[in-house]
Design a protein around this ligand. Structure first.
Ligand code: ADP
Ligand code: MG
Length: 305
């Protein structure tokens, strides 16, 4: 008896299973050659479709985030930092970062890897199933100031409030218009109310944000909200861009045993298990939320010097 002619390609097309449509004949050949069970054949076909979709989603969401470059946490060389270590990032590498609305201010001189780290954390969040938006403080302030002048602030705010993770890069590098603090406050306040995390990079100490934003009280209110569930990480070491020139005379400090020097503490501040440590084979390719270890770091602001 011959098998009935079922238009598999047409049916897969109707189900929008483009990858399966492309590959199912290959799997049939393998299955016949290697004598797969029906269950193994079906599982392989479905797993392949899911993996393909996850990969496609990762590329699409990362592109729409607007990162100026894509860097991962695995590409970050922690040995250049005197105090910052991978395990101190703890839950910032897990879904907790987003679900608990933690924020982070990455502070330091140029070339210390602030933008790299912010992008890497946002990319990890994307791998964990969330979305992100990258903007500079200057672009955000200009965009929202313009919108405000045209009475369209509320509509314009949506773009910065909606994404699960917002990177606001380079606070303090450029000078901003007079209502900088006002428009930034709207973004921070709305995101804070919705417990959505923000990643800031800055070359200015927090006490200088009042001057940068032209309003000390609003700057305080902004920082207060960011740090309610957030932390400040100071980044040091030589500039990665010019480290070959050996311009920096303060190389990363390590204790005699080679352990990182962290003020007031003998060990890492937050030795939490991270997804990154669980898998040493590069970035997580397929988000698997069931494997994430959830850990809490509380709500304190920690400044590491
Ligand atoms: P910043 O934002 O602090 O000025 P960036 O994050 O833009 O610095 O880093 C400048 C370049 O140096 C980027 O290409 C980044 O990937 C690289 N870089 C900086 N620090 C590190 C590091 N610790 N490990 C690997 N690459 C780094
Ligand atoms: Mg930068």
């Amino acid at each position: 008896m011959t098998a009935p002619q079922i238009p598999v390609d047409d049916l897969l097309k109707r189900l929008h299973l483009a990858n399966t449509r492309h590959r199912w004949r290959q799997f049939v050949q393998h299955a016949e050659k290697e004598d797969w069970s029906y269950e193994k054949f079906l599982a392989t076909l479905v797993a392949e479709e899911v993996a393909h979709r996850q990969q496609t989603r990762l590329g699409r969401v990362a592109r729409s985030a607007g990162f100026p470059f894509l860097k991962t946490i695995d590409e970050f060389d922690f040995t250049l930092q005197s105090a910052l270590r991978l395990n101190m990032l703890g839950s910032y590498l897990t879904a907790d970062f987003v679900t608990e609305g933690r924020s982070l201010i990455l502070m330091g001189k140029p070339g210390r890897g602030k933008t790299h780290l912010a992008i890497a954390l946002a990319y990890r969040a994307i791998q964990n199933g969330f979305d992100a938006l990258f903007t500079t403080a200057a672009a955000l302030i200009e965009d929202l100031s313009n919108a405000s002048r045209h009475g369209k602030l509320n509509a314009a705010l949506t773009r910065y409030i909606q994404p699960n993770v917002l990177i606001c890069d380079e606070v303090g590098y450029l000078s901003y218009g007079p209502d900088a603090a006002n428009v930034l406050f709207h973004v921070v306040n709305e995101r804070h109310l919705k417990a959505r995390p923000m990643l800031f990079t800055t070359n200015k100490p927090l006490k200088a944000w009042g001057g940068v934003l032209h309003d000390a009280d609003l700057a305080d209110a902004i920082i207060d909200r960011i740090l309610e569930r957030g932390r400040v990480l100071e980044m040091d070491g030589p500039s990665y861009r010019t480290k070959h020139l050996k311009l920096d005379d303060s190389p990363p400090q390590t204790e005699p045993q080679g352990r990182p020097r962290i003020s007031g503490m003998g060990g890492p501040s937050f030795p939490e298990p991270t997804l990154c440590r669980a898998s040493t084979n590069g970035p997580t390719k397929t988000p698997d939320l069931s494997r994430l270890k959830f850990a809490s770091i509380g709500t304190e602001c920690l400044v590491i010097r």
